[in-house]
Write a protein that binds this ligand. Structure first.
Ligand code: ZN
Length: 254
């Protein structure tokens, strides 16, 4: 399985518009972060997790030719606002399967009502085929099984996903023990780490490292990173040897 990090930044992205922060003026390409998303692919299968406001740019940069489905973690705009840009895939492939919690579907139906219009829908509008994801119900993803991981983003429920020995968790602050059991024996864990300072709905760097220590994956990659985390190269040097700051356009094979 290939995992391509389409974006690794927090909700504003890096650089932040109008920011004087040195990280926002860094020349290191690893300090430029679009909103979080990954493209996972194996054999002829190709899926994307989340579809944020940078989706179009991410599809063009990565060269992704086909998407068999989009898995949504939750409804926040940095994870969903790119839905209008699935249209080129609609024109090539037809309706886009979207895997999501019922609450996330209801949110999308409100915010993107024109996508779900059944009467006089504009012919060029995006088209989706919703597939509801429920906690403790594994589902088929291509020829593999996806395991939803139920986590909390402050007060908001979020789904992470495990596929084989790869797991992707974003926007996590707390995880119950019963969910931690679903994360044993991972080759790669991707998990959010916002910054050093604590936050009400995201892991801080230390909280992410403690979580990684608890799960003990072979390798861990950190995402959803704020510019206040610091320069990529400096932060990376302080991390344990099996923990990496992910960066945009990094591709790993599992
Ligand atoms: Zn987010």
């Amino acid at each position: 399985m290939k995992v391509y990090f389409l974006g690794t930044g927090t909700s504003q992205g890096i650089p932040v518009i109008g920011s004087d922060h040195p990280v926002c003026h860094s020349n290191d390409f690893k300090d430029k972060r679009l909103r979080v998303s990954v493209w996972i692919s194996w054999e002829n299968y190709s899926f994307v997790i989340d579809c944020g406001p940078d989706f179009r740019q991410q599809m063009l940069t990565s060269g992704c030719q086909k998407v068999d489905g989009i898995l949504f973690t939750h409804e926040h705009s940095d994870h969903t606002a790119g839905i209008d840009d699935i249209r080129p895939f609609n024109f090539k492939q037809g309706n886009m399967p979207i895997y999501l919690h019922e609450r996330v579907l209801e949110s999308l139906q409100q915010r993107f009502a024109y996508v779900f219009e059944t009467v006089n829908k504009y012919p060029g509008a995006p088209s989706v085929e919703p597939i509801l994801v429920e906690n403790n119900k594994n589902f088929k993803l291509g020829d593999k099984t996806a395991i939803p991981i139920n986590v909390m983003h402050g007060d908001l429920q979020v789904f992470g996903y495990r596929i084989d020995d790869f797991a992707y968790l974003t926007d996590v602050k707390t995880v119950e023990d019963v969910e931690i059991e679903k994360l044993q024996n991972l080759d790669v864990l991707v998990v959010n780490a916002l910054r050093e300072e604590e936050h009400h709905s995201h892991f801080s760097l230390q909280e992410a490292l403690d979580f990684i220590n608890l799960i003990k994956p072979k390798k861990a990659y950190l995402i959803h990173i704020s510019h206040t985390m610091g320069f990529h190269e400096e932060v990376q040097q302080r991390l344990p040897e099996n923990v990496f700051l992910a960066y945009d356009n990094l591709e790993i094979t599992i």
